[in-house]
Design a binder for this molecule. Structure first.
Ligand code: 5GP
Length: 211
């Protein structure tokens, strides 16, 4: 490809049930410099070790509502009783600069991005669902990390099952294997997406490559 061609970024939207490993997968690709992680805003409390501006932008209800009223969110949703949203400006600027962005969001937020009327967003979108191969596998992953009662675990599994019903809405699905396999799969999807003609602009003023 000529160095003079410009490319807008890809917007990789990743969803999947909790326990699927999607957050660490998204973090892993961004740490390898493959793309930038879009830090979300949320009204939930920070967990131990989480840092404001790194893991999330932790906002008060009022601050979140204010930003929502100002239409600052690309998408937003209530998940497990708390508000979550992606700030539009952070994402759009990067895409315009040709930087690839990855977002770890729930199925409601992904649907909003998919139906966005913003041309740059719809041209950039690559949606990926992270699907555990079986419910048993998901249960054992959740049990491995949580210190919860039987009822809480059942509620968590039920939420996961509901979330998993949406996998076909996504253009890509990764059925999880080892962490390395999942990382390789996500990198392969992103690598292929970088060749899409729709995201390329030829050098200006040459009169070449255009009808
Ligand atoms: P957690 O609070 O455990 O970090 O995330 C809970 C859920 O919220 C996860 O399914 C995660 O993907 C989702 N989530 C995180 N950030 C956003 C966001 O900006 N928008 C939406 N719609 N969901 C989000």
């Amino acid at each position: 490809m000529s160095a003079e061609f410009k490319r807008t970024g890809i917007l990789c939207v990743v969803s999947g049930p909790s326990g699927s490993g999607k957050t660490s997968l998204c973090r892993a690709v961004s740490e390898r410099g493959v793309c930038e992680y879009a830090v979300s805003a949320t009204t939930r409390q920070a967990r131990a070790g989480e840092r404001d501006g790194v893991d999330y932008f932790f906002l008060s209800e009022e601050e979140f509502e204010h930003r929502e009223a100002n239409r600052e969110f690309l998408e937003h949703a209530v998940v497990h009783g708390h508000r979550y949203g992606t700030l539009r400006q952070n994402v759009v600027e990067k895409l315009e600069q040709g930087v690839d962005v990855i977002m770890d969001i729930d199925v409601q937020g992904a649907a909003q991005v998919r139906f966005s009327t913003d041309d740059l967003i719809s041209r950039s979108l690559v949606d990926v669902f992270i699907l555990p191969p079986t419910m048993d596998e998901l249960r054992s992953r959740l049990e491995g990390r949580a210190t919860e009662s039987e009822e809480q675990m059942d509620a968590r599994l039920e939420r996961a099952r509901q979330e998993m019903e949406h996998w076909r809405e996504y253009a890509h699905t990764i059925i999880t294997g080892t962490r390395e396999d999942d990382l390789a799969s996500l990198r392969a999807i992103m690598a292929g997406e970088r060749f899409r003609s729709a995201r390329l602009t030829p050098p200006e003023g040459t009169g070449l490559w255009e009808k």
